[in-house]
Design a protein around this ligand. Structure first.
Ligand code: GLU
Length: 413
């Protein structure tokens, strides 16, 4: 049975084998260092009480404080959070930001709760996990179902508990509250930086290439826009309600205006409807799955027609599907590289908050681009040298850095 955690451990096992590390190292890196499951009693607006479950998992902090997003989704369970936390450890190590990996999850569908209810859930969750978090311990950020408002409530709740304002406890905050310029678009920009590098690497001219993007949220929306800006024909996009396509390319700006007005890409007049599953199999050069885990699986991997898959989401390709794509010669730029722009600018935000000194948007963009390009080059070079897929190369580079930190620190006592 495939699941994010089974797949994450399989990727780790492959890297451990490739690097010639021992069984103890595998067990150490396969096991989260700290986990906390909390009960969040929520008073609904109608006065009734509902019990919601939340988790925070710190997979590893050998290279620095744990770092990773907080997800609000009805599918959240502890194993999913464990997998996402492990991927954060590799992502931070690969991009050489001085963090370990963590993730949080609250099993709630935010669409069915009022803003006041979500504020109460967020504050109670923050209070329950406050022994674990802090600028030097573990720094949450937005993920699926959470946003800068969620981060503002978390920062406020934590700060009230400490008696002073602690800007560095979360990232992805509103600009007016210590957020960084460029954070909101960072993941999308990073996805497009590596997508353009990868297209060129495959000898595909971006201005003659086509793309399909699954997901039109924090990652997919900006990715569609920046791909369009780079001259790529965005043929299809989708969200959780459905998709739209146009053979000659969608007008992304007009589509964004439609989404702002209606809340979904569905019903956009400048295109035809397309099912989410069909979008993944569209005849395009580039496929960007930027929604949820496991959408490319053993049941559809042989029907993916794109030459290049750039993973905007975390874990969109199952391990079985990954093997099928590799065998079919499809290039997959893995999540821990492709979507790292978010945590890179989170790192910049935390640095700025700690120094109380703010950078210009230009500085943020320039440093983000430099880090993405450097990581892409390292992964590509290693993959070529060792004859590996980009995922195997990226995971191995990251695991090597984390394992090395463990060796250098030694075991206590
Ligand atoms: N949730 C994002 C991710 O999966 C960002 C994490 C962060 O900025 O800490 O990479």
């Amino acid at each position: 049975m495939s699941s994010p955690l089974v797949d994450a451990r399989r990727q780790l096992a492959d890297a451990v084998k490739l690097l010639g590390l021992d069984r103890g190292t595998f067990d150490l890196l396969a096991t989260p260092r700290r986990e906390l499951t909390v009960c969040i009693p929520l008073r609904r607006d109608d006065g009734s009480v509902e019990i919601i479950t939340g988790h925070r998992v710190q997979h590893n902090y050998s290279r620095g404080p744990a770092k990773g997003g907080l997800r609000y989704s009805p599918q959240v369970d502890l194993d999913e959070v464990r997998a996402l936390a492990m991927w954060m450890t590799w992502k931070c190590a690969l991009l050489d930001v001085p963090y370990g990996g963590a993730k949080g999850g609250v099993a709630i569908d935010p669409r069915h709760y009022s803003a006041a209810e979500l504020e109460r859930v967020t504050r109670r969750y923050t209070s329950e996990i406050s022994p674990l978090i802090g600028p030097a311990h573990d720094i949450p950020a937005p993920d699926i179902g959470t946003d800068e408002q969620t981060m503002a409530w978390m920062m406020d709740t934590y700060s009230v508990g400490r008696g002073h304002t602690v800007l560095g406890v979360v990232t992805g905050k509103p600009i007016s509250l210590g957020g960084s310029l460029g954070r909101a678009t960072a993941t999308s920009r990073g996805v497009v930086h590596v997508a353009l590098e990868a297209l060129r690497h495959l000898d595909l001219d971006p201005t003659r290439s086509s793309a399909a993007v699954q997901g039109f949220g924090k990652v997919g929306r900006g990715a569609s826009r920046f791909l369009g800006d780079a001259g790529v024909t965005v043929r299809a996009v989708s969200d959780q309600y459905g998709g739209v396509q146009h053979a000659d390319g969608l007008d992304v700006a007009a589509l964004e205006a439609h989404v702002d007005a209606t809340g979904s890409v569905v019903g956009f007049a400048g295109g035809e409807p397309i099912e989410n599953d069909d979008l993944l199999e569209l005849d395009v050069d580039l496929l960007v799955p930027a929604a949820v885990e496991g959408v490319i699986h053993s049941g559809n991997a042989d029907r993916v027609r794109a030459q290049l898959v750039v993973e905007g989401a975390n874990g969109p390709t199952t391990a079985d599907a990954d093997a099928v794509l590799a065998q079919r010669g499809v290039t997959v730029v893995p999540d821990i590289l492709a979507n790292a722009g978010g945590v890179i600018v989170s790192y910049f935000e935390w640095v700025q908050a700690n120094q109380a000194y703010w950078w210009t948007e230009g500085e943020v963009e320039e440093r983000l681009a430099a880090r993405m390009t450097t990581a892409w080059e390292h992964v590509l070079e290693y993959a070529r040298r060792a004859d590996l897929t980009l995922r195997a190369a990226a995971t191995s580079l990251a695991v090597k850095r984390v394992a090395q930190a463990h060796v250098q620190r030694g075991l206590y006592p």
